[in-house]
Structures are given as structure tokens and as C-alpha cells.
Design a protein around this ligand. Structure first.
Ligand code: MG
Length: 277
């Protein structure tokens, strides 16, 4: 039986919005984490809002929405916000119609283009480039790394969608993510990117603003201390760490980033809502 302080119990009872990480929290690779679907149903019944907040920029928000629906989780376009979209918002505010080189997937290029940004990848003409964007590039080639490093070395502003070193997939495995790609670029150029995704709280503020929910009535659930929990702490949301992805109890013990609540999995929330809240 999980014991919650009065303050945490009251914040959970009064929550209007749940922000849920995807990889390692709602699913691992193609496998849904048991209880995830039931929890979304529970939020729906209680008229509590939810947004899937993922740092994974390899796919578009629409692809995530379709994947979630196929797995039986209802998701409208407003229920998904990716670090790719957050990067689109950030860059289009910073310089509308900016010209960008993307070390990322075709899906990320399309997502960024939907914010009015001009993608220069593969263009033969040599105009100025305003930003280099690094993402979780499952289609990475040496040519892309070479071009990105060239622009960055020449002083072009450098932005990354997310800092995650690895992405958890099936069978307990993890695969190299955007943070590892950025580490390679850093070794080659000496430059580090401005990171738009979690732990940057901007992603949480953007969602709270669009959903008209104050951040102190928001709960973030994730498996990672240095992204999900750190972002939640920086924003002032209630933070829940689940043990179905990266973080272990030993990691939490050793970390300076302490979640407000630690749960075995998202399924623990179903029990909590049924028995306590
Ligand atoms: Mg995760």
C-alpha cells in the first residue's frame, strides 16, 4: 500500500491535466505497458485532461496519435505533443520561415516544415542556413553528420530536440537516441546544442498554456529522472517516476532529482485512483 503525504494526495485529487511520457512509461517498443489503457480510460471518465509528452522526435505527432489509437488508447491531435513540435514552435518564434538543416528523420523534417520553416537538406543551392537541428535520427547517415558539423563549425546556431542518450525498446534493450548523436557532434565540433525537449520546462508550459491549465494542477509521469522528472520539477508540476523504463530505485536513491512519487508502473495509478483518490 502506497502512503502519500496529505499534500501529494490533495494535488493528485485536484489535478486537471496529466502529462504522460511514452517510451518506457506507456509502452516499450511495440508493447503496451499493462494498465496504460485502463488509466487513460480512468482519466477520461473523471474528465481529467491528458497529453502524451514525448521527447522522441523520430516520428510525427500524427504518427504517435495513430499508433496510440491502434493500441486502443484514444488520442486526438491535441493529446500529443512531441519535442519535434516544441522545436517547431521554438524556431518559428525565434525566426519565422528560418532556413534549417535537419539531422533527423523525414518525419521530423515534415513536422518542422509544418511550422513554416524551410528545410535545406538535399538542396543544391547554397543560401544561408539559420539553424542546425539534431533529432532522434533513425535514418542517420555520415553525410548528414558531416553537413551538420560543417554548419555548426561555421557558427550556425545549433538546436537539439531532446537530450536522451538512449531510447528504451523491447526486451529490456535500449537504442542510441538524440543525446548520443549530439555527443558525436560535440566531439567533432566542441559545440553543445540548445535543447528544446524535456528537461526544458518550456514543453510543459506550452501544453499548460494551450490547455488553459495552471501548472500546479498538472502531473507529469515519466521513467526518466534527467528529462521527465527534471522538467516537471523545473515547471512546478507534481512528478511521478515509474520503474518500467530507464530509472531504477538505485538511480533515484543516488540522484539529486527526486520525484514526488515513485510507482512500479502506470498500473499503480489505477489502484491509487480506485482505492484512495
Ligand atoms: Mg521515457
Amino acid at each position: 500500500m502506497l502512503l502519500l503525504t496529505k499534500e501529494i494526495e490533495s494535488r493528485l485529487k485536484n489535478a486537471s491535466l496529466f502529462l504522460l511520457d511514452l517510451d518506457g512509461t506507456v509502452y516499450r517498443g511495440s508493447t503496451l505497458i499493462p494498465g496504460a489503457s485502463a488509466f487513460i480510460e480512468c482519466l477520461g471518465k473523471r474528465k481529467i485532461g491528458y497529453v502524451f509528452l514525448t521527447n522522441n522526435s523520430s516520428r510525427s505527432a500524427e504518427e504517435y496519435r495513430c499508433t496510440l489509437e491502434k493500441r486502443g488508447i484514444p488520442a486526438a491531435p491535441a493529446n500529443v505533443f512531441t519535442s519535434g513540435q516544441a522545436t517547431g514552435v521554438y524556431l518559428s518564434h525565434k525566426k519565422p520561415h528560418a532556413r534549417i538543416f535537419v539531422a533527423g528523420t523525414i518525419a521530423l523534417c515534415r513536422e518542422l516544415a509544418s511550422y513554416g520553416l524551410e528545410i535545406v537538406n538535399g538542396r543544391s543551392e547554397t543560401g544561408p542556413v539559420d539553424f542546425v537541428v539534431a533529432g532522434f535520427d533513425l535514418e542517420l547517415t555520415y553525410e548528414k553528420i558531416l553537413a551538420a558539423c560543417g554548419y555548426i563549425a561555421r557558427g550556425v546556431e545549433y538546436v537539439a530536440t531532446n537530450p536522451d542518450y538512449v531510447c528504451p525498446v523491447e526486451d529490456g534493450r535500449s537504442i542510441p537516441d538524440c543525446g548520443s548523436i549530439c555527443f558525436m557532434i560535440e566531439k567533432a565540433t566542441g559545440k553543445k546544442p540548445y535543447v528544446v525537449g524535456k528537461p526544458n520546462p518550456a514543453m510543459i508550459f506550452a501544453v499548460c498554456e494551450s490547455m488553459h491549465v495552471p501548472v500546479d494542477r498538472t502531473v507529469i509521469i515519466g521513467d526518466r529522472l534527467y528529462t521527465d522528472i527534471a522538467a516537471g520539477k523545473a515547471a512546478g508540476a507534481l512528478t511521478i517516476c515509474v520503474l518500467t523504463g530507464e530509472s531504477t530505485p538505485a538511480d533515484i536513491e543516488l540522484s539529486t532529482v527526486k520525484p514526488d512519487v515513485v510507482l512500479e508502473s502506470i498500473d499503480s495509478l489505477n489502484r491509487l485512483f480506485r482505492d484512495t483518490l
